[in-house]
Design a protein around this ligand. Structure first.
Ligand SMILES: [Fe+2]
Ligand SMILES: [Fe+2]
Length: 197
């Protein structure tokens, strides 16, 4: 597997891990006996909002999609769809944040709505990543030269953007923090107590 594809897939796996954790915690909310600590939700939403926004999507837009368009113009509709989804994703995360604020304020009112919003977002984002892996990458493999892949690989590794490595480290720290404060079994934090029966 070439470097660019490996990095893109690794980034998808990190985003998926946090989305899965958020989905599981939103599901567990109904069995939380008291108002849970919301810091873990805020950290997860920050990761889901900023990591794609500041690192992942700009690399896709600038280096992968634009090159695919140049090498294979019939991919225009596909590329436009994925770029529109990057935009739509930003709006959807704002909705999730609003839903979380409402829940924190009016706990436990809003737990069901928050869970539905998380499930909906997870499905949207998984479909998006699946389209990139199942449609964009095979097309790129068909139409990119070795020099193309080298260019995309360097960009994805952060070599063309001097601060991307710093931002990557920032998100690694946030990812570890999420893992340490998320309650078990999602993370390493203390489990939420079960509702007394
Ligand atoms: Fe994307
Ligand atoms: Fe992606």
């Amino acid at each position: 597997m070439n470097q660019a594809i490996r990095i893109l897939k690794d980034e998808h796996r990190s985003i998926s891990a946090v989305i899965s954790g958020l989905k599981e915690l939103a599901r567990m909310l109904h069995e939380a006996p008291e108002k849970p600590d919301f810091r873990v939700f805020r950290a997860m939403l920050r990761y889901i909002d900023e990591y794609p926004e500041r690192l992942h999507h700009p690399k896709e837009d600038e280096y992968l999609f634009s090159r695919l368009l140049a090498r294979h113009p019939p991919s225009k509709a596909l590329v436009e769809q994925l770029q529109a989804e990057h935009e739509e994703g930003r709006g959807r995360v704002r909705e999730l944040e609003r839903s979380l604020l409402f829940l924190e304020d009016r706990w436990p009112v809003g737990a069901r709505e928050f869970r539905a919003a998380v499930d909906d977002y997870a499905q949207f984002h998984w479909n998006h990543m699946r389209t990139e892996e199942d449609k964009v990458l095979p097309l790129a493999q068909q139409h990119f030269s070795e020099a193309d892949w080298r260019g995309v690989g360097e960009a994805f590794a952060g070599n063309l953007d001097p601060i991307s490595d710093l931002r990557e480290k920032d998100f690694q720290v946030l990812f570890s923090r999420i893992a340490s404060i998320a309650p078990a079994p999602v993370g390493l934090g203390d489990p939420w107590k079960k509702q007394p029966v």
